[in-house]
Design a protein around this ligand. Structure first.
Ligand code: ATP
Ligand code: MG
Ligand code: FE
Length: 341
């Protein structure tokens, strides 16, 4: 199966051509980060407009770089949700147009299934496996008992990890997106400020980061009121250590409880050096195989959408041409749906 995949859920316009859910023939990405930077976050209306400006070019480039012809394609995949509704629509309209013009099946795809199946572009997955999804909008532990079976066993009750990173960075007046800046600050800190850990109930796999975020803001305000200089690096490191400790503990506990053969780290925050290092050493110590995609496949890209869409293609489950954007799409719901096109 040769799938052309389109991703426009947030601020990256990306198109890829993927063979059999595993081999990347092309994966072109146009990022809007610079456009949104001066607003300190993604502005939905601007995101949609930018997608419209570049989507056609991205499709042409992805085809050209793949070395394939349009007639070689087997299906058109597109991110159906979750994401910004206006941004999603741009990809969906482009995908429908291609599917109709080329008379190919259309496959609406779940964005988080994409982040998880990004691992399949570089590793052999073994089931059951556990996915720790850490991104701008999601923080989840997902059990995959078999290929394409998703069971959410834990999720954030408030902020996503990436969101907490970006908010903390913003209060330190660091540019958007703040995650990488906090990561860098933390790595040069000589000490870590003591901050709370949100373990929640003893048996819970859920997460919560808003209390930690408030604790960080309180430190910043108090330091300011006292007229002291803030040790930003120590604060960044304290924040990062709190986040990482909880993520690592809960992920490893979930791996043991469900007998997972592998732990998959997925989503944009998988780029965090502190998190990668902590998970790597902990998994080594406990003999758990850890899979992490290369950086370009951790953040938003269409290759991962092509990898996830292959699950549906194999089953012959296609979407109808009146497919709608699903801004808050459920992962379990996506795989259960068997719409025939
Ligand atoms: P979702 O996938 O949930 O819809 P998204 O697609 O916007 O959200 P991603 O593109 O997967 O999110 O990831 C972006 C997030 O990753 C941002 O919040 C960014 O700050 C964070 N991030 C990127 N690099 C790092 C890093 N080194 N450390 C911490 N966070 C990081
Ligand atoms: Mg992004
Ligand atoms: Fe994402």
């Amino acid at each position: 199966g040769l799938i052309l995949a389109i991703e426009t859920s947030c601020d990256e316009t990306s198109v890829a051509v993927i063979q059999d859910g595993k081999h990347i023939l092309s994966n072109v990405i146009s990022s809007q980060i610079e456009v949104h930077q001066r607003f300190g976050g993604v502005v939905p209306e601007i995101a949609s407009r930018k997608h419209v400006e570049v989507i056609t070019l991205m499709i042409e480039q992805a085809i050209a770089e793949s070395g394939m012809k349009l007639k070689d394609l087997s299906a058109i995949a597109v991110t159906q949700g979750p994401g910004l509704v206006g941004a999603l629509l741009v990809g969906i309209v482009a995908a429908k147009t291609l599917a109709m013009a080329l008379d190919l099946p259309l496959i609406g795809t779940h964005h988080i299934a994409g982040h998880i199946y990004a691992n399949q572009l570089v590793h052999e997955l073994e089931y059951p496996c556990m996915a720790l999804v850490v991104s701008g909008g999601h923080t989840e532990l997902v059990l995959l008992e078999n290929e394409g079976s998703f069971r959410m066993i834990g999720r954030t009750r408030d902020d996503a990890v990436g969101e907490a990173y970006d908010k903390v960075a913003r209060s330190l007046k660091l540019p958007y997106p703040g995650g990488p800046h906090i990561d860098r600050l933390a790595s040069v800190a000589s000490e870590a400020l003591a901050l709370p850990r949100a373990w929640l109930e003893a048996d819970s796999y859920d997460f919560s980061f808003s209390g930690l975020k408030s604790a960080v803001l309180a430190v910043i305000n108090q330091t300011q009121m006292r007229g002291d200089t803030l040790n930003e690096a120590a604060l960044a490191r304290g924040f990062q250590e709190s986040v990482i400790e909880v993520l690592v503990e809960k992920a490893l506990r979930a791996v043991r409880a469900y007998g997972a053969k592998q732990l998959l780290l997925c989503g944009g925050v998988a780029a965090n050096r502190g998190l990668r290092a902590a998970l790597t050493s902990r998994c080594e110590a406990e003999g758990v195989p850890l899979l992490i995609p290369p950086l370009t496949l951790c953040t938003d890209n269409a290759a991962m959408i092509g990898a996830a869409a292959f699950l549906k293609w194999q089953r012959g489950e296609y979407s109808s041409l009146d497919l709608k954007a699903e801004p808050s799409f459920s992962l379990e719901g996506w795989m259960a749906a068997q719409v025939q096109g």
